[in-house]
Design a protein around this ligand. Structure first.
Ligand SMILES: Cc1ncc(COP(=O)(O)O)c(C=O)c1O
Length: 427
């Protein structure tokens, strides 16, 4: 096979013509395909329908400590659910709060309270500083960057290496500038690359010197039990323990949720941190609400039962979505391997794969795909300010489409990639 990069202009033109004719065949099919967001598919949601069975609550609405879940109270979550999360996250029960359905919601609130009130009792609110900056390993989760965008927090992109953020760059930014107040991290099966931070990266994050003494790590462990392969399971180090050992106990805020264990939109979420940070947050949250939806928490605790049962449930999720990740990899390999125009990640867990191509092609691929009926995550969305400096990265979300339409989508995607690359290289 000749690499695109080794082809003459004439050969590229011929290849381009063939690709356009394939592309037009797809276009004539009037497709309506969507791979834009990493959501569970219907079969995954169906695994959880039993949570609404009468037998789950059995007319018994009392939590194990006797609190009636239907009434006000228990600001930090019901004990039986806290115990399950504490075991899964290897954190003590007084270092976490179980909350409503969305961890993104808690991240947003933590940032807005830090801006308005500061991160500890006698700290200055971040809004009183002339500028507030966050380190943003990129590509990353678009909605983290959207929170920074909303509040005018300046985003400092840092490149991602195969074992996590470029720590030389992170340490330099953190130590030099007191307005650098935090970093976004998706440390296990990251969105979008699906990589897990190495122990060395976690240790450096925990130990590094920061000019701001109110620096915080926003540790979004969204994919903490989301393994695709039992035998290739990856686990990120415990940031809370590492920060404690390094003498920086208040540095990390850990977030997780059951959005991709039970239901996005009707699950439960968790924040974990030092006891001091959790107590401080509780004092503020109790002004905001008299208690979370404890009926849903109780339903979750009774339906999910234990950490071990959650791992079993996650194996069933993996059986549904693993073939989709494998299908994406096999179409990419079949269509693009050896052509010198593409590389992609093959994660052992999470919801995403990251695809890189020739510089300056990602937006063109997105447009070509859209015009043929395939919606992709917008090119650039996984970078601060929506700007991918190389315009060459696309997030692939394989979980939602049924296998047949996923394969069709990926063949169309690969045609678009090759058209864009041929056009670029011809110039
Ligand atoms: C890294 C990451 N964090 C958070 C979320 C959203 O979490 P939640 O549904 O708990 O708000 C997602 C959803 O895709 C995600 O990928």
């Amino acid at each position: 096979m000749t690499k695109f990069t080794d082809m003459s202009r004439q050969e590229l033109m011929q290849e381009h013509e063939l690709l356009i004719s394939r592309y037009n065949t797809y276009k004539d099919m009037g497709l309506k395909l969507d791979m834009s967001r990493g959501k569970p598919c219907k079969e995954q949601l169906d695994l959880i329908n039993g949570m609404f069975d009468e037998s789950v609550l059995h007319g018994d609405y009392n939590c194990e400590n006797g609190t009636d879940s239907r009434n006000y109270g228990i600001i930090d979550g019901i004990p039986e659910l806290k115990r399950i999360f504490a075991e899964l996250l290897d954190i003590s029960e007084n270092e976490l709060i179980v909350s409503g359905n969305s961890s993104l919601n808690i991240m947003h609130d933590m940032i807005s309270r830090a801006l308005l009130l500061g991160v500890a009792q006698n700290d200055r609110p971040w809004k009183e500083y002339s500028s507030v900056k966050f380190i943003c390993p990129s590509p990353g989760y678009d909605r983290h960057f959207a929170i920074c965008g909303l509040y005018g927090i300046k985003m400092l992109p840092v490149k991602m290496n195969p074992d996590g953020p470029d720590m030389d760059a992170v340490e330099k930014l953190a130590v030099e500038d007191a307005s650098v107040k935090g970093i976004w991290c998706v440390p296990q099966y990251s969105n979008p690359e699906g990589i897990t931070y190495s122990n060395r990266v976690v240790e450096r994050l925990a130990k590094m010197e920061t000019k701001a003494n109110d620096f915080r790590i926003f540790w979004d462990n969204a994919y903490f039990v989301h393994d695709l392969y039992e035998e290739k399971k990856e686990r990120v180090m415990n940031i809370i323990k590492e920060c404690k050992a390094a003498g920086n106990p208040d540095r990390p805020y850990v977030f997780a949720s059951t959005s991709k264990i039970t239901f996005p939109g009707a699950g439960v979420s968790v924040i974990a941190s030092s006891k001091a940070n959790i107590d401080y947050a509780k004092d503020q949250i109790k002004i905001q609400t008299i208690g979370p939806d404890k009926i849903n928490q109780l339903r979750h605790a009774r339906f999910l039962k234990s950490a071990q049962d959650i791992y079993e449930l996650m194996r069933r999720h993996a059986e549904i979505i693993r073939p989709k990740f494998e299908a994406v990899n096999s179409v990419l390999t079949e269509e693009l391997a050896g052509k010198g125009i593409a590389s992609w990640t093959t994660p052992a867990g999470g919801y995403f794969m990251s695809f890189s191509t020739v510089e300056g092609c990602a937006k063109r691929i997105e447009t070509l795909a859209k015009e043929a009926g395939l919606v992709l995550t917008p090119a650039g969305a996984t970078y601060p300010y929506g700007i991918d400096p190389n315009d060459n990265n696309i997030r692939i979300s394989p979980t939602v489409p049924p296998l047949d339409s996923l394969k069709l989508s990926m063949h169309l995607f690969c045609v678009c990639v090759q058209i864009a690359a041929a056009e670029k290289l011809m110039k």
